[in-house]
Design a protein around this ligand. Structure first.
Ligand code: GLP
Length: 266
């Protein structure tokens, strides 16, 4: 198992710094596989919250590898993804549904009716209502055992972008439609072939929904994430840096970062 070269505690959370993103992703895959095994043993099922983006790709590769080696089954697992662009068709290569099919769903024994992603095809007038249902589905499934998270360059988690809300208001945010921040649009421009082609809106699990998970694993790699990591762990809790809101549930959060992303916290 990959070992961190430095472990520290910040804002009540455990922070593990790895010599490379590869090692951190191995540790994340181990932790997810272990969570699945323990939850299945205790209550015959496991419920995971999943993330997209470049950051967790090697984690999914690691899980697929364990499945192929006969070490891990997703048959008793259900998954809920953090977010989806809006509007967005499931077959669009840029949809998070396509991403999940490419990196995980298409390669493991996860049942299609247990692999949940917010629906980017609902009519605009019903988008809020449809997104809110997601929180009911998660609750009815017994809540998330583990939420995997990445962090945006501007500190966003899921698509919960920086806002001027009070901390109390931000902590109560449910799953809902949101407008994307210009930094997020800029970061997604490469995937979509230009910033003007990136959808302006998205559906995201809320801060309240994320923080309700029984454990949270946050991944951040590379120098571009250093400021967001420092703001989340060293700064005050503020809705201007959504990652800092994880401090509200510090003890159940583990950060797995590489040296570059940890540059401003060491
Ligand atoms: C996207 C996703 C987030 C993700 C973040 C970082 O906007 N909605 O869930 O954590 O960007 O992405 P990346 O891992 O590609 O840096």
């Amino acid at each position: 198992m990959a070992k961190p070269f430095r472990s520290l505690e910040l804002a009540g959370s455990s922070v593990k710094v790895y010599s490379s993103a590869t090692h951190a992703c191995e540790a994340a895959a181990d932790r997810i596989a272990k969570t699945i095994r323990i939850c299945v043993e205790i209550r015959s099922k496991a419920v995971l919250g999943l993330a997209t983006g470049a950051t967790p790709e090697p984690v999914y590769a690691g899980l697929v590898e364990r499945h192929r080696a006969g070490e891990l089954s997703f048959a008793p697992v259900s998954t809920y993804n953090l977010d989806e662009y809006y509007p967005m068709g499931p077959l669009d290569p840029n949809s998070y549904r396509s991403y999940m099919e490419r990196h995980l769903f298409g390669h493991v024994d996860l049942a299609p009716d247990r692999a949940h992603i917010l629906d980017g095809t609902v009519p605009a007038a019903f988008a809020a209502q449809s997104a809110a249902q997601f929180d009911h589905w998660i609750a009815a499934d017994g809540g998330l055992d583990l939420q995997l998270l990445g962090v945006g360059r501007n500190g966003h988690i899921g698509f919960n972008e920086p806002t001027d809300l009070s901390v109390a208001e931000a902590l109560a945010l449910p799953t809902r439609p949101v407008d994307l921040h210009p930094t997020t649009t800029e970061d997604a421009a490469g995937d979509f072939g230009g910033a003007d082609r990136v959808p302006r809106r998205a559906l995201t699990m809320g801060i309240a929904s994320i923080l309700a998970a029984r454990s949270i694993l946050v991944l951040a790699f590379g120098p571009r994430k250093a400021e967001a990591v420092a703001g989340s762990l060293r700064g005050p809790m503020t809705a201007r840096v959504p990652g800092s809101l994880l401090q509200a549930v510090g003890p159940k959060v583990t950060w797995l970062v590489d040296r570059e992303a940890a540059a401003e916290i060491l």
